[in-house]
Structures are given as C-alpha cells and as structure tokens.
Design a protein around this ligand. Structure first.
Ligand code: BES
Ligand code: ZN
Ligand code: ZN
Length: 493
C-alpha cells in the first residue's frame, strides 16, 4: 500500500472518493478534476442523495453506477458541518475506503479539497493518510491461499502544499500499527516469549533501537519473583524485552512504556472457561513495540524505554497456585489468590525494572488487564486510571488526535481495602470482593509499584481484539494503542 499526493486524478484509477460538507456542493475545481464520464453520474447521485438528506445519516454512503464501466467507481461521503469529532470523521472516511476495498479498487483517488475546510485539520489529515494502510491490512501467515483485497494506492488529490511530512508520519504510525496487529494475530504456539524477543531484535536493528533481552537467570538475579511466578507454569522460557530509543538529551530520564505481554493466558489454576483468543493478551506489549518503532522512525527528540515482560500463564505440575506468596522485585510481598490476575504481577516487576534499572521518571503502562473494563466503558474505548494530571492531559489530547478512545475511571483509594492481606503486603486479587470496580482495583494494585512517579494506566482489554471486523480493521488484533502512545509521547515533548 502507498499513499501519494497529486494535483490531478491519476490516469488510471478504480475508485474516487468525494467528501462533502453539509452544503453538499460539488465545487467547480472538483468538477474540473472529474473525467467527463463521471461528471453526470456523480451529479445525479448527489441530487438523489440531497433528496435523501444524505449528510444527516450517521455514516458514509456509497454509490456506484453499475451501468458505468464496472471498474470506475465513486463514493460520496458527507462529513457534516464541521462539528463532528475527529473520531467520527475517521469512521466516515474508513467506511468510504471500506467500500473501495469491497470492490477491490487498486487505486483510489480522494478529492480532498471538496471538503477542504474539514479535512485540513492536521490530525484528521494524518489519520486519513493512515487509513489505507489500516483498511488494506490482511493476515495471511497461515493461509494456503492469501486473501488479496487488491488495494495498492491512495492518491490525495489536492492543491494543498506541504503534505509530504504528513504522509510520511502517517506511514510510520500505520505500519507500526500493522506490526502490532501481526504480533497479536500470531497464535501463542508460534509467538512464544522467545520468538517475540526475536521479532523485537529484528525490529530494533531495522529502526536503530537499542535492545536488551533478559532470560530467567537474570530475572532471578534481579529478584523478579512476581513475573517469574507467572512464567513458571510454562515450558516456554520467559523473556524480559527492553527497547531503548535515545532521541533526547543524554541526561534526560526516559519515559517508560510498559506493555503487558502475556503470550497466552489460560488463567493458570484459576482456569478460564473460554480462552480461544487469549494469545491476544500481549496486545499491550505489541502496542509499546509499535509506539517506540514509530517514535524512532519519526526521530522524536525524546528518550523512551519500552519494557515487555513476556511469558505464558499456563497450568502445570510446577505452576503457581492460589495461596502462594510472591516476592516482587520492588520488595513488596504479594498473596496470590487468583492466578488469572496475572497481568498485574508481570507489570509490577516490569515497572520496577523500568524505574530502578532504566531510570524512568514517567510511566505509561498499557495492558489487556480486566474483563471488567468492557463492562465499565464499553467495547469502543479503553479504560484509563491516571495518577498524574499532566500525563492524563497529554493522553486525552492524544486520544482525540489518534481517534483511539479512552475513558477515565477514578483511582478511588477506598477500594484498595479489598487488596489488603493478612499474610503479605498486598493481595493480587480478592475473590470475595463484592465492591466491584475490578478495573480500578487492578489499577490501584499497579500504582503500588510506581514509587510515587507520574504514572498513567491504560486498560485496553475492551479494544484489543475484534471478534468481527469493523470499517478499518479485520477480525483479530486491532493494533490499538500504537497511535495513542505515539501521540501521547509527542504531546509530552
Ligand atoms: N487477560 C485477562 C483480561 C481479559 C479478559 C482480557 C477477557 C480480554 C478479555 C486478565 O488476565 C484476567 O484474566 N483478568 C481477570 C482479573 C480478575 C481475576 C480479578 C478478569 O478480568 O476476570
Ligand atoms: Zn488472566
Ligand atoms: Zn491476562
């Protein structure tokens, strides 16, 4: 897939996307761009759409005239009166490209200037340029016959100058999102902690990142008792993967991006009843990997360290069992009462590592942490617990620009009561908890390991995986978080 810009519609094209504001006018300069054979049908379709109250509809509507040469298609989309959010615009544009994909359009031209004022906003334009990469994504690693959707190029037809850097940035972010999707989509029999580390080594070499990969012996030396306990039930060795990008000043403390990387979550002895997609439990790790890749490609002037504690949560004769007491790297002891609340255990040691060994002064963690998050905020948004207003403001703005939604939950310390233990410093979970707030409680657990540093936590469980595709993502990993984290770090510069 590639995205290019041009002042004219290309000689050969398969689809044209024409955006409109609420006035529904085909501007003279747009008419001048359209080839003769499209002009009449586009005008006719527009008249019809006007009669239908086109722009009032929630999403893009597509039209193509079957009487035309079948390979020449056009899509009209209404973008409203300028009051739509970036996310709403993003979804409409996605829908338009989705209809181009449905007719296997190889080259799609977007007549940007017809809704110039609306699409001029830099964040919207950048997302529009990401969309072709996101919509055309396929995961063919395990198919004898690859699924081809034919999408090759999107041409932005515009008089606007200086789009080059926008196209480039969009390419970096979107390709990093696609990498994250790939990482999540591989089943855990393939994407083991060791393979994940291998993929990261390759990615680091390609993008000029520093990387360190630790094995069990080194984890033992660092006293990562919480992480190692989760890992113990699996035949696959765990890996602590650390990626560093140093684009900032040499003496500036790095921002830590810590991603939950449970390559498969069976629940352990607190066994899950449904687990067919639980190889997606490393979506947080995939997101931080994608984010640091994009940050490096874009050469942002900042120091970032990405930390992934990769392991599998399995059942075996040697697995940790409820009632065990774990010795975290932080020094706090943890009464483990639910082996399915494993993510917070791996994150606890990963965060301690980021603070004590990498000198991180700000911590952003992202994790498929609780099923409760979906109940709390719904399946279109991640849940956020913020311990720091500056980080929250940066992420909130990033969420608007990236079109990856977040919703903040309160870090209500009163709920911490349920994690108090009689035998250890804290519990990892309280099976008798009738207070609810599972997502908040998980966040409060993690906060215990942040040593008072500015910290924000993203529970991406609701948005990490799609059981059915949507307008910009096929079934499977969404790559959520890459763009959100990238923009968040940018906002912290
Ligand atoms: N990885 C799961 C959370 C999850 C569940 C993500 C379903 C996506 C879909 C996590 O490790 C987990 O099992 N959490 C428990 C926590 C509980 C035991 C306190 C949960 O949500 O039930
Ligand atoms: Zn679990
Ligand atoms: Zn999990």
């Amino acid at each position: 897939m590639k995205v290019t810009e041009s002042r004219r519609i290309p000689e050969v094209f398969d689809a044209v996307v024409i955006p409109f504001d609420d006035k529904l006018t085909l501007l003279p300069q747009t008419e001048a761009l359209l080839p003769e054979r499209l002009l009449l049908p586009v005008r006719a379709a527009l008249r019809e759409k006007k009669a239908d109250g086109f722009c009032a509809g929630p999403y893009a509507q597509d039209v193509y005239d079957e009487k035309l040469d079948r390979s020449r298609r056009f899509v009209l989309i209404g973008l409203g009166n300028g009051s739509l959010t970036n996310r709403e615009l993003f979804l409409r544009l996605a829908k338009a490209l989705q209809s181009c994909k449905a007719v296997k359009a190889g080259v799609t031209a977007v007549l940007l200037d017809n809704a110039g004022a609306i699409l001029k906003k830099p964040a919207v334009l950048e997302k529009l340029c990401e969309l072709p990469y996101l919509v055309s994504y396929q995961f063919n690693a395990y198919r004898s016959a690859p699924v081809e959707n034919g999408m090759k190029e999107m041409v932005l037809v515009t008089e606007q100058e200086g789009l080059e850097p926008v196209l480039e940035e969009a390419g970096h972010v979107a390709m990093s999102t696609r990498m994250a999707r790939d990482l999540v989509n591989h089943p855990s029999m393939y994407m083991t902690p060791v393979r994940f580390a291998g993929e990261m080594e390759r990615m680091a070499a390609e993008n000029g990142l520093e990387i360190t990969v630790y094995g069990p012996k080194e984890m033992q030396e660092m006293k990562m008792g919480a992480f190692l306990s989760v890992a113990r039930g699996s035949k696959e060795e765990p890996r602590l993967i650390v990626l560093r990008y140093c684009g900032g000043k040499a003496d500036e403390a790095p921002i830590a991006l810590v991603g939950k990387s449970v390559m498969f979550d069976s629940g352990g002895y607190s066994l899950k009843s449904k687990m067919a997609t639980m190889h997606d439990d490393m979506g947080g790790g995939a997101a931080v990997a994608g984010a640091i890749r994009a940050i490096a490609a874009q050469k942002l002037p900042v120091n970032v360290v990405a930390v992934m504690a990769a392991c599998k949560n399995m059942v075996s004769g040697d697995a940790y069992v409820p009632g065990d007491i774990l010795f975290s790297m932080n020094g706090k002891t943890i009464e483990m009462l639910n082996s399915d609340a494993e993510g917070r255990l791996t994150l606890a040691d990963a965060i301690t590592y980021a603070i004590r060994k990498e000198g991180a002064e700000r911590i952003i963690d992202i994790a498929t942490l609780t099923g409760a998050a979906k109940g709390a905020v719904g399946a279109r948004s991640a849940a956020v617990i913020a311990g720091d207003e500056t980080l929250y403001e940066a992420m909130k703005k990033a969420s608007e620009d990236s079109c990856e939604k977040i919703w903040r939950l309160p870090a209500d310390q009163e709920l911490f009561e349920v994690l108090r233990s009689e035998v250890a410093d804290l519990k990892n979970s309280n099976p008798g908890n009738t207070m609810g707030g599972g997502t908040i409680v998980a966040g409060l657990f993690i906060r215990e390991f942040t040593e008072g540093k500015p910290w924000i936590h993203v529970d991406m469980a609701p948005v990490n995986w799609l059981a059915e595709g949507n307008s910009y993502s096929i079934r499977g990993g969404t790559g959520y978080g890459v763009s959100l984290l990238y923009e968040t770090v940018k906002n912290l510069l």
